[in-house]
Design a protein around this ligand. Structure first.
Ligand code: ADP
Ligand code: MG
Ligand code: MG
Length: 450
């Protein structure tokens, strides 16, 4: 990653685990199996405008950021782009719920990310690193006497970098203008720049498609619509696909300009990854509503697949004035350590845990509470690993969170790409609540299957 301090080194390595971490093969396989179905689910939800209206109405006046995204969605619905191709690059994140050493581990979804799912490149590199180390060394049994030996054959193949390049390249090809480019929307002063650059190079090497990078502020200043179909141009360059690596947080929209850029993109003929409707389908409020009895089932044709998806859901509750919301509020006041309280935010560092939930609930008005959802706490099993940060190694008790990337490209009639596109394992010390790598809590890791 790019260093923050200009006086120091110009780059620092991303934090990583020295050894791969144990993960039950069955749960890993299940997570892979679920992914194409989650990809379809996001698409189905995003195309149900009455349902989006109904869910987003619950955030009116309580979550300004999500409400504004919904405003863009409604503007575009009234004036839709003629572009039929939609692209998603999702990441569904899970932890293993294993509260005691003899309970069976159950795969439980933490959340699904539908915008700016990070680390496809660095995750690919970490898997290569662990495979290389396993080939080069008498790997190990060094992480802990309680973990089994790590064998090369237990390290699953992993190439989300190829997955994102394939999805972007397919969308670019479907757009059908050889001189057009992919636009990556980035944050100003981006630190995670290497994760992004490899995507640029892989896309070019595989498809011959060029990629340019711009911030939302730059797009507001430079982008224009051309022609009746509202083709998106930056200067003389036609944009085929807009790939968001920004735009998931209020801080990405500090002024009206960034919101203008969002609207210009969304109304244009370019393919969006993601369309704003996918972003709304990935909110925590949506996750909670979908988990209510019978709701998921409306969006999944096969009862078997619906049951499989549902098997990964843990308890999710509203914090509104419904009977269920009031009951959840009371349970959380009584036993806050059983829950995590989440606002409609992304990027890590926003949730409320344990005893702080009680204080937070008591501080908020009933109206303010509606901006949050409540979730059962997932308890992953701790093990030992060595974490490397800025060149220093620390051995610690750790837990892992598995993310599965989902690549999806559809033109509304034909689904051109629908894949589980590899994994990301993030590992953090077991005493830390949050799990983001960029947010400074976790390290990049890879699984060895047991
Ligand atoms: P964000 O969109 O900000 O990444 P998440 O829902 O992924 O939000 O929550 C951030 C982190 O909080 C996760 O990476 C995980 O470490 C922890 N977390 C979230 N939900 C739970 C849960 N139900 N049980 C235990 N930890 C959780
Ligand atoms: Mg998220
Ligand atoms: Mg997350």
């Amino acid at each position: 990653m790019r260093a923050r301090n200009a006086d120091g080194p110009l780059a620092v390595h991303a934090p990583l685990a020295l050894f791969p971490s144990p993960y039950p093969r069955e749960c890993y396989d299940l997570a892979l199996q679920l992914q194409p179905h989650f990809n379809n689910l996001v698409d189905r939800i995003a195309r149900d405008s009455a349902f989006l209206d109904q869910v987003m109405a619950r955030l009116e006046g309580v979550d300004e950021f999500t409400w504004r995204l919904f405003g863009i969605y409604r503007r575009v619905r009234a004036n839709p782009s003629a572009q039929p191709v939609w692209m998603g690059f999702h990441r569904s994140d899970y932890m293993l719920h294993k509260p005691t050493s003899d309970s069976p581990g159950v795969l439980q979804q933490v959340e699904i990310n539908t915008i700016s799912s990070a680390f496809p490149s660095l995750s690919t590199r970490v898997s290569e690193l662990h495979a290389h180390l396993s080939d080069r060394t008498q790997f190990f049994n060094a992480s802990s006497s309680s973990t089994p030996d790590i064998h090369r054959s237990a390290l699953p193949a992993n190439n989300p970098l190829a997955g994102i390049a394939k999805a972007l390249g397919t969308a670019w090809t479907l757009y059908g203008a050889p001189s057009s480019v992919v636009l990556m929307v980035v944050q100003p002063g981006e630190h995670n720049v290497y994760d992004q650059r490899w995507i640029e190079y892989k896309l070019f090497d595989t498809f011959g498609a060029k990629l340019i990078r711009k911030t939302l502020a730059e797009i507001a200043a430079e982008a224009k619509h051309v022609g009746d179909s509202r083709k998106l141009f930056i200067g003389e360059t036609e944009i085929a696909v807009v790939y968001f690596r920004s735009g998931y947080a209020p801080g990405d929209h500090p002024t009206e300009s960034e919101w203008t850029a969002r609207l210009v993109i969304e109304e244009s003929y370019a393919v969006k990854c993601p369309p704003v409707a996918y972003q709304l389908a990935g909110t925590k409020k949506m996750q909670q509503v979908i988990a209510a009895p019978g709701v998921l089932e409306k969006f999944v044709d096969s009862p078997e697949i619906a049951a499989l998806l549902r098997s990964s859901f843990t308890g999710l509750y509203p914090l509104d004035e419904s009977a269920e919301g009031v009951a959840a509020y009371e349970r959380a006041l009584e036993s806050p350590r059983n829950f995590v309280m989440k606002p409609q935010r992304e990027g890590g560092g926003n949730n409320v845990y344990g005893d702080e939930i009680r204080a937070k609930l008591l501080e908020l008005s009933p109206e303010e509470r509606k901006a949050f959802i409540l979730m059962d706490v997932i308890q992953p099993p701790p093990f030992k690993n060595a974490l490397v940060r800025r060149g220093s190694v620390v051995t610690a008790d750790v837990v892992s969170e598995l993310g599965i990337y989902g690549a999806y490209v559809t033109d509304g009639a034909t689904v051109h790409v629908n894949e589980a596109a590899g994994h990301l394992l993030r590992t953090k010390t077991s005493d830390s609540n949050e799990g983001g790598v960029a947010a400074g809590f976790a390290v990049l890791d890879s699984p060895f299957l047991v």
